[in-house]
Design a protein around this ligand. Sequence first.
Ligand code: NCD
Length: 327
Amino acid sequence: MPPQFNTRPAHLPLGERQNSRFYGQHIVSVKQFSRLDIEHIFTIAEEMRIMVERVGTFDLLKGKVLANLFYEPSTRTSSSFTAAMERLGGSVIPISEVKYSSVSKGESLPDTIRTLQSYADVIVLRHHEKGAAEIAAKYARKPVINAGDGPGEHPTQALLDLFTIREELGRIDGLTVTMLGDLKYGRTVHSLAKLLALFNVTVNYVSPDILRMPAELVDELDGRGLSQSQFSALEAVLPKTDVLYVTRVQKERFDDLALYESVKGAFVITPETLKIAKQKMIVMHPLPRVGEISMDVDDDPRAAYFRQMEYGMYVRMALLAMVLGKA
Ligand code: NCD
């Protein structure tokens, strides 16, 4: 049975803002969000930014506990959720090395989730299997936030990506977004493309042949009216691009490492590459980068990938406050 995204678990304490959007809900897929929801999340993220700039840390989630459960490596997602929770006055149970937890003794995901929800009010989960967040949500009485399920989705990243675009370029409608790199296994582009389908944008996919956007996803988004085109060379689309979204080839998803080696360096952005790009455009990357963007690009004002990380914390603060009924 699929998780009941819109059902508030009955046990959640009274006295919180139960009518607030997303109170007590799991965040598993970007498909849960409407344009109005996105506007709402962004408004709260803006408020979070102002509060962090003014006071640094405040007590909105004082007494609340987040369990950060990571079965796959992470720097930004894990630490930005921790920072988000701590800046809101809450605390964090960090399980970022599952090999030191009972997972290495063979504990199942449902049992690990049952355990953590006995101690925490919200669970952030990253897992190597597509669909893992949905399974966790099925067993959880507390909100589960998907922080990446294998090559599936990464909804909080897509929200922060969209927030970055809006903050940097002032709008989303009317833009041309070019996604580059590993579009087959990259969960960030899967979620971002789905979210962009809510807007009036043009999306270009540029990748090696074997790393194209999955056909089922392209078909689904076609059905939702998203304007999409596939290319094998970046030069064809770069001059018209407003957002160049670069991704890492996801080495950990390849069974055949020789195949990975054959595509890993297919696209590298350098200052030379950007000569044909607009002056008012941005280069994004969910990070980590492993050579897809040369370090000489970092000082270009169009390089938005480090600013993108910071926006992530405000968006995650907003989401935590919302699912815990405090926004
Ligand atoms: C991405 C991920 O884990 O999907 N990183 C992130 O969350 N910022 C991208 C990647 O690992 O390539």
